[in-house]
Design a protein around this ligand. Sequence first.
Ligand SMILES: [Zn+2]
Length: 220
Amino acid sequence: MNKAELKKLILDILLPQHLKCHSCGREAIVNDHGVCSECESKVLFVPETAGIQGVDGFVSGMQYNDVARRAMIPFKYNGAVYKKEFLTHYIRIPESWSFDCFVPVPLHPKRQRKRGYNQSEIIANALAERYPHPVRTELLERLRDTPKQARMTKKERLKNVKHAFRASDAVSGLSIVLVDDVRTTGATLFECAAELKRRGAARVYAVTACCSMMEVNNGN
Ligand SMILES: [Zn+2]
């Protein structure tokens, strides 16, 4: 083993997975949230104008471009949960939001069993470390395992998620921050917020790690 190999081995032991960029996957010098300088320079922020109807406030960490997508896909589908460091790094919850708890958008229990985790819950737990409020997964459940929405229009998405969620009566009077991975049209967050308010939630805000700007710019 030469010096370089020894150094790499030691770093691998001390800083597992920190040697590879969370986005492009190259071995590189990465920053404290796991991305190389090239990927970091391509992160784009989300303008404050990207609101969602029926939701009292919305923020997202970054635009869902290639840099974000390359981290999100393995985070969501292949168990690469450590990528939460990068995916949640840019989220800033406004000081003006006064809230009681985080509620991740639930998966259907069948899907969660298959995947082994709910990616939105992992994002919520990461946020709860920075913004000390409890994560309450028991307040909202998914009743139907809705088909994937990737190729649907906004109208189809709204229909797809309609009555797909049920909130507990315990949400009555609470101010809630909904947490999801990617906002596309906002149909899922719209439906969750509507259900939480039907059950008496006082306010519902929403936070996502990423936001697809194509949909926002199309007036959705
Ligand atoms: Zn990179």
